[in-house]
Design a binder for this molecule. Structure first.
Ligand SMILES: C[S@@+](CC[C@H](N)C(=O)[O-])C[C@H]1O[C@@H](n2cnc3c(N)ncnc32)[C@H](O)[C@@H]1O
Length: 203
């Protein structure tokens, strides 16, 4: 088996978030995701005044959920179509949408109190670099959160997007190496299935 198949970013080479395919994916990401966004807000303990950076924000469901809790929120995504849809669906002008990747966040050092990446770490090109960036932009004591759909090791196609338990644990190990403390992996039952989360604190 190729080494990438078992890595936390096993879909790093997936390139279908641009153009018409990206538009189709964005439409599917608008359906049934608010529960995941609410779970993210609970796990990251979003409070009024927090600055949430959503890495790989897609069409922006979780950014809008954070803003409902009076947080300031910045969505970052490399796919122009995702950012276009996110902007057009967000009436709250306090939201910021930026072209960027996990590996090169367009955010100043220490400017974020929360960085999360939902259903996206499995697409990061470089996990170590992405975590170094999350660490750089978080203020000391800030929280990092990743959520992925739980998947079976043998899953293929669309069902393979997400993490096995081993991939979540492997990602948690890289988080510790990157300098995050209190790193914890958890499983969550939601109506659409099971989600895996990894949370850590920027020391
Ligand atoms: C499955 S979608 C998830 C979108 C959103 N977080 C959600 O949960 O609805 C994955 C997103 O990650 C973005 N993405 C892909 N590679 C990325 C990278 N290296 N850094 C940041 N985002 C990336 C894609 O453009 C896409 O919008």
């Amino acid at each position: 088996m190729h080494e990438l198949a078992t890595a936390p970013n096993h879909h790093a080479l997936h390139g279908s978030f641009h153009g018409a395919r990206g538009l189709a994916v964005a439409m599917t990401l608008l359906v049934g995701r608010s529960k995941d966004a609410r779970l993210a807000c609970e796990l990251a303990d979003v409070r009024p005044g927090a600055h949430v950076v959503d890495v790989g924000c897609g069409p922006g469901v979780a950014v809008r959920e954070a803003m409902r809790r009076d947080a300031r929120a910045t969505g970052v995504d490399p796919a122009p179509v995702m950012l276009r849809i996110a902007r057009s669906l967000t009436h709250d002008r306090r939201a910021t949408w930026l072209d960027g990747t996990a590996e090169a966040l367009p955010i100043a050092d220490g400017d974020a109190s929360i960085v999360w990446s939902l259903a996206t770490v499995h697409h990061w090109r470089d996990v170590e670099q992405g975590l170094a960036e999350a660490h750089r932009v978080l203020t000391p004591g800030g929280r990092f959160l990743a959520i992925e759909r739980a998947r079976r090791p043998e899953a293929t196609g669309h069902a393979s997007h997400g993490w096995t338990d081993d991939q979540a644990e492997a990602f948690a190990t890289v988080c510790r190496v990157a300098g995050f403390t209190d790193v914890a992996v958890a499983r969550h039952r939601v109506r659409s299935g099971t989600l895996l989360s990894v949370v850590g604190v920027r020391a």
